[in-house]
Write a protein that binds this ligand. Structure first.
Ligand code: ADP
Length: 612
């Protein structure tokens, strides 16, 4: 565990509070207010009680005693009412805070460059910060809990010091009992208790940090071999047929054995706090001895004995709490720093500001100019020297074998990645210069691995909570989902899947495809791209979906991607990809006539699937 300087810790803690203020407003303030009242209340009660006892054992003025008792009751009543109200608000906010912490991560994920979502190092960084926060509260949650402790410790120490002063300075008449050495001895013992607590915390935290570092690996292994294999029905088939539960048991066994090796650490985690408790006990004994000796020699009355004994305990507790928090702060600052390292990951993609020209005539030109692309960390180029120009409004097909670079071409077009070399132009302007969100708005893509969500059907189509029902129904109709929509129990409001609604409807792969197509239509972007969302269909069925979609898209640009040539033969321009390059382009008739071309080779190799 690297030690941070105090200045750094203050800066990190302050940033943590700023994040809490943004995502969980009012929570920290509520905790501070609650704890102030909660910690001050016993001091006021002890102080008033000491006065009552002194009065009872002294002058016994009934009126004064009655006034003091009324004060005790009124103050405690008001404190209880205020505390209860704040606690209600705070506990609701504290329950919600976990959801808001999730939002801290999802906001960052959304702002990351797409390529970083696939970067294992970055995703591991996220997972570590996320797991430590959600499993142990390390970082932000500790900051919330630590706030209460800090207020309590500060009040305990300040109020105790004020109330304990007379113990040291009151005179009993006995020179030995009144000697200042007592004060130093008692304070020294209390300090010793606090320091041992701090030492115990540091030791405990060091072991805990070491343990936390292994949690990402531990959780991943445990969740996979202990749960996922048995819970996920898609995996369960293979698990049963190939008896993979035997392998899983072996892995779990290894995990448990490794955990046993840490048992020496557990002993240390128990030993140091116990040693601290003994030191604190000694500190208290020294204090009580002074109270007893001074009281014996008549320095103060019975009421004051009650006050000093209670306050001594609080001073010791407060100091220990403060020491604990200061040591603990080192740990959560380390976790917070890890969270900030992730939150501060910079975007690499150039963010332009130009607005995309909204053209009624849909006259857009797209040009790939000598574009090459290599995935981060990959040695091979996925695309090499691609030169291509096409006009919006046409039908473009991208065909080629699996792995030839078709999807990569689309990912570059949609700016999920930027080219390694070369440039892509929209109406003559490098697409990097356009505002990213605006640029994205001109594409509707249905990817092969598209995802629908467990929300209402209409919400899925509109990709939003509010939607135009007529438009959603019409898009579903066009996508071939019209009849099925009629049989949905609550029409567009029917929830898909059963994750959130027990009445949710399970849909087949083919139905999901139609909904995904309807979603693309609903967005009504100038570019409609189908990237083999139909891979699960046979070639004839895929061809039908593509040509039906072609009728629907009207004057928009449609880009079809497939490794099955027959699906795209109706397109105006077909670009043939091979090993990351465009090796041919032209209409189906032109390409199939070139007997030496790749298209001819692929066409005849695949002809068996669709020749009657
Ligand atoms: P296609 O869509 O034609 O099947 P892709 O564009 O998906 O082909 O892939 C082109 C090449 O890039 C392949 O060699 C593939 O293995 C590689 N590739 C695809 N995605 C990634 C990725 N995320 N990271 C590294 N390599 C990738």
């Amino acid at each position: 565990m690297d030690r941070m300087t105090i200045g750094r810790r203050v800066a990190v803690t302050a940033r943590g509070f700023r994040i809490l203020g943004n995502y969980c407003p009012g929570l920290v303030q509520g905790k501070v207010f609650y704890e102030l009242i909660h910690s001050l209340q016993p001091f006021v009660t002890v102080w008033l009680s000491a006065k009552i006892i002194n009065e009872l054992s002294g002058e016994q003025r009934i009126r004064r005693i009655a006034v003091l008792v009324v004060w005790v009751i009124v103050i405690n009543f008001i404190c209880a009412v205020v505390k209860n109200s704040i606690q209600r608000v705070c506990s609701e906010k504290e329950t919600q805070m976990w959801g808001w912490f999730g939002k801290v991560f999802s906001d960052k994920q959304m702002s990351l460059d797409f390529e970083d979502l696939e970067n294992a190092k970055i995703q591991r960084q996220r997972q570590e910060a996320e797991e430590n926060l959600f499993m142990f509260g390390n970082g932000l949650a500790q900051l919330v809990w630590g706030t209460s402790g800090l207020v309590k410790a500060s009040v305990d120490i300040a109020a105790s010091m004020v109330m304990i002063g007379p113990l040291f300075f009151s005179k009993s008449g006995n020179p030995a009992a009144d000697h200042p050495a007592w004060m130093f001895a008692v304070l020294f013992c209390i300090l010793l208790g606090g320091l041992s607590k701090s030492k115990a915390t540091i030791k405990e935290n060091r072991i805990f940090m070491k343990w936390c570092q292994g949690t990402v690996w531990f959780n991943r292994t445990f969740m996979f071999f202990g749960r996922e294999l048995y819970v996920n029905p898609e995996r369960a088939k293979d698990v049963r047929i190939y008896q993979q539960d035997l392998i899983a048991e072996k892995e779990l066994d290894k995990l448990i054995r490794r955990d046993r090796e840490n048992q020496g650490d557990y002993f240390q985690m128990a030993f140091f706090p116990a040693a601290a408790t003994v030191a604190v006990g000694l500190a208290n004994m020294a204090g009580y001895l002074l109270v007893a000796v001074k009281a014996y020699f008549g320095a103060f009355g019975v009421g004051s004995i009650v006050q000093y004994v209670a306050v001594l305990q609080r001073l010791g507790d407060g100091l220990q709490e403060l020491m604990f928090l200061l040591s603990d702060n080192q740990v959560y600052c380390t976790h917070l720093q890890k969270l900030f390292d992730y939150l501060d990951l910079p975007g690499h993609m150039y963010q332009g500001t130009l607005t995309v020209e909204k053209r009624d005539d849909n006259e857009y030109f797209v040009e790939f100019r000598n574009v090459s692309f290599r995935y981060p960390g990959a040695e091979q180029y996925a695309l090499r020297h691609v030169n291509f120009r096409f006009k919006v409004g046409g039908r473009l097909a991208i065909v080629g074998m699996n792995g030839s670079g078709k999807t990569t071409f689309i990912k570059l077009l949609c700016r999920l990645y930027d080219p390694t070399e070369g440039e892509i132009l929209l109406n003559g302007v490098d697409i990097r210069k356009y505002d990213y969100e605006e640029y994205m708005s001109i594409f509707s893509v249905v990817f092969q691995d598209f995802r629908l969500f467990s929300f209402g059907l209409g919400q899925n189509v509109a990709a939003g909570f509010a939607y135009d029902p007529e438009r959603a129904a019409s898009c579903l109709e066009k996508a071939g989902f019209g009849d099925r929509l009629g049989s949905m129990p609550q029409g567009l409001d029917t929830c898909l899947y059963k994750d959130f609604e027990k009445d949710g409807v399970e849909i087949s792969g083919g139905e999901a495809q139609k909904i995904a197509l309807a979603r693309a239509l609903y967005k009504s972007a100038p570019f409609m791209i189908l990237d083999e969302p139909t891979a699960a269909l046979d070639p004839v069925a895929e061809g039908e979906v593509y040509s039906r979609f072609d009728e629907i898209v009207g004057d928009k640009t449609a880009v079809y991607i497939s490794h099955r040539l027959s699906s795209c033969r109706f397109c105006d321009v077909i670009a043939v990809f091979d090993q990351g390059q465009i090796v041919q382009k032209g209409s189906h008739e032109q390409l199939v006539a070139d007997e030496k071309g790749k298209y001819f080779e692929l066409w005849h190799a695949q002809a068996q699937y669709y020749k009657k």
